[in-house]
Design a protein around this ligand. Structure first.
Ligand code: AMP
Ligand code: ZN
Length: 156
């Protein structure tokens, strides 16, 4: 078992956005209204198999609470979500004997998010599998890297 850190009342408080919850497919999985193949559940998170698995054993880890994106996630729930995900990834590695593993998490439409309930994808990888993320690396000069770092730091 993973002992979650003390959860403040704010984290445990019920969802207030009833319309978003009612329309949310993952909230319906949490409520048991639609079927899922569960890997794990505790008071704060659940994990279940992805119905459109991109590799063998692909599953999702989500907070029970309707949190839309990473920007809405508080640090304590974030810590617990990652602790559970780490434990499940280790179990998946052992059980599936995969060659590698990716964590993937999408925010907003431009980030590729389709279901507006925060989720971490755990994607077991196998040599020669078809999963991939498309990108074109660039070579920004150091001054540009420093400038972006300072800009983000300034927003903390
Ligand atoms: P994302 O594009 O990051 O929002 O990913 C959403 C994921 O949810 C996709 O990989 C879908 O296959 C998955 N998904 C959608 N509906 C269900 C469902 N009912 N049960 C399990 N996985 C689902
Ligand atoms: Zn939801």
């Amino acid at each position: 078992m993973i002992d979650p850190p003390a959860f403040p009342e704010k984290t445990l408080s019920p969802n207030t956005n009833a319309a978003a919850v009612a329309a949310c497919i993952f909230c319906r999985i949490v409520a048991g209204e639609i079927p899922s193949s569960k890997v794990f559940e505790d008071d704060h998170v659940i994990a279940f198999m992805d119905i459109a698995a991109v590799t063998d054993g692909h599953f999702l880890v989500i907070p029970r609470k309707h949190v839309e994106t990473l920007y809405d996630l508080d640090a304590i729930l974030a810590g617990h979500l990652l602790a559970v995900t780490t434990r499940l990834a280790k179990a998946a590695k052992k059980a599936l004997r995969c060659d590698g593993m990716n964590l993937y998490q999408a925010n907003e439409a431009a980030g590729g998010q389709e279901v507006p309930h925060l989720h971490l994808h755990v994607i077991p990888r196998y040599k020669g599998d078809s999963f991939g993320i498309r990108y074109n690396p660039t070579k920004p000069p150091r001054e540009k890297l420093d400038e972006k770092a300072a800009k983000i730091r300034g927003a903390l």
